[in-house]
Ligand binder design. Structure first.
Ligand SMILES: [Mg+2]
Ligand SMILES: [Zn+2]
Length: 245
């Protein structure tokens, strides 16, 4: 099973809008994000965008219109030398309590089932605390960016409950980190060095919250690194995760 790179959309690739991205004119790439996508594409891993789009469930945007928007995003990325393998969307409203709306890891698990991905060796870049929770619940190496809602979210008091993630300025910074992390991992040193990376992020040019309190553990998170043997076990662990909610 191969690893993948997961990216949040709003606030990571394009500017987050309080009134949501409802048409292509609303889609404003964050400066440098398209170049970052190109850099990430060169790593040879599939790139999946995972995005909560409750606007669909609320009827403000049709699934077809959202698909069209994502197709144009893919085209724009391709024009800049990048490649988005697929976009996984949660169309549900929060009150529907679905299993795919982040901070739940359903979109990641679905991608893993469909594509045979090793989530424990995968990366996730997001801008909100719910992204950190989702990425960690999925067992991915999780990176928070300070674009979009990032700066505001990380300043919230509850942000202190989160730890074990990497902090990057923006997607370009995250891409550099992932490149270096991959280089170490593919030399077979990843397992040994990964914890060290968390302890010495400055060496990689990525800052980390060294003074953070230990995370309030997501129940499922503790077993997340064991998510490799295949679909059945992932489903089993996902059931355990649901029970823990
Ligand atoms: Mg976001
Ligand atoms: Zn959903």
């Amino acid at each position: 099973m191969q690893p993948a790179i997961f990216l949040d959309r709003d606030g990571v690739i394009n500017e987050n809008r309080v009134d949501h991205v409802l048409r292509w004119d609303d889609f404003a790439p964050i400066p440098g994000s398209l170049d970052a996508l190109r850099r990430l594409s060169r790593l040879g891993l599939p790139i999946f965008v995972v995005t909560n789009q409750a606007v669909v469930g609320r009827g403000a945007l049709t699934p077809a219109a959202l698909d069209e928007l994502h197709a144009r995003m893919g085209t724009l990325a391709a024009r800049h030398g990048g490649r988005i393998t697929h976009v996984y969307t949660c169309p549900h409203r929060p009150e529907e309590r679905c299993l795919c709306r982040k901070p739940r890891p359903g979109l990641f698990l679905r991608a893993a089932w469909e594509r045979g991905l090793d989530l424990a060796r995968s990366y996730y870049v997001g801008d909100a605390l719910s992204d950190i929770a989702a990425g960690q619940a999925a067992g991915c190496v999780t990176i928070a960016v300070q674009t979009g809602r990032g700066r505001t979210q990380l300043a919230l008091p509850e942000a202190r409950r989160y730890s074990g993630y990497h902090l990057a300025r923006d997607l370009a910074d995250a891409a550099r980190f992932i490149g270096r992390h991959r280089a170490l991992a593919t030399r077979g040193m990843g397992a040994r060095l990964a914890p060290a990376l968390l302890g010495a992020p400055a060496a990689l040019g990525v800052t980390d919250f060294g003074d953070m309190q230990p995370a309030t553990k997501v129940a499922w998170q503790t077993t997340a690194t064991e998510v490799t043997p295949g679909h059945c076990q992932q489903r089993h662990q996902y059931r355990q995760y649901r029970r823990g909610l």
